[in-house]
Design a protein around this ligand. Sequence first.
Ligand code: SAH
Ligand code: SF4
Length: 304
Amino acid sequence: MNNVDRLRKNGTLTRGEFKALLTDKQGEYLFAQAREVTEQNFGNKIYTRGLIEFSNYCKQNCLYCGLRCDNKKLERYRLNKEEILQCCAEGHDVDTFVLQSGEDDFYTTEKMVDIIKAIRQRFPDYTVTLSLGEKDASAYQAYYDAGARRFLLRHETIDSGHYRKLHAGKREIATRIECLRQLKRIGFQTGSGIMVGSPWQTLDNIIDDIYFLGIFKPDMLGIGPYLVSRDTPFANRENGSLELTLRLLAIFRLMHPRVLMPATTALIFIHPQGREMGFLAGANVVMHSLTPSHVREKYRLYDK
Ligand code: SAH
Ligand code: SF4
């Protein structure tokens, strides 16, 4: 049996087999199998998320991200509750609103709860998804109690040394994992994931991420290429690989048949057909930006 069939049947492979699958020249069979599994589980349905990037302030300083607090070139903005509700009103054709921001303490737990409740009240048929970074368990619980049901928090890399390097020694993977555990415990549908091709990432790191996600079993998976942001210490690095990202999407589809997996925004920025390629590799979620056009350019995680 070849590695693709074995992965589909058993849900995992040896380290050597994963390495072969990630570097294999022939991807067509892998992609075809991933597509088949997607269709078996979801038919032709593509889920839509409406992304509301409501603040680009961030107290963190992740080396890879244009929103990092040391980036003084970025003009910062915040949306208030009414503006956020206005964004929601534009999202007729989406299944869920995703509220995403930097780690911005301006939005206290109380303020977030008020925003979540207002959305739930005015748009009761929509799921509220959050992507706000690391908070303490009581804040996560308050968001849940207010009606939010999904939370996206990529672990970025499970290797503690790699994680530390990407955050200049200021952050620990253990904290991230603890947040993910809390989110699951509270009852959130929890999303995690990685950037593909982030600085210093090795194939072995990626295989460790595959094994970690195999154990963690997220409900949603965000897998996108790392993209250079000129206003970061990584300005001279290279973008992650489109091909490797697509292969990983397909591998994750075979390992997690029911997972919700977007063709990420970064995938779309790295290639004009990135979205379609993502679907052909097993993605089943599309992102629509509901961020007001006058601030969209300022939510610059990477160069667009
Ligand atoms: N502050 C929150 C949410 C916003 S950032 C958090 O960090 O979780 C959302 C995601 O954007 C991050 O998880 C990271 O994986 C991704 N991201 C940041 N900078 C990026 C870059 N340069 N290229 C690709 N993805 C990036
Ligand atoms: Fe802030 Fe998230 Fe960017 Fe890190 S990745 S700097 S936490 S917005």
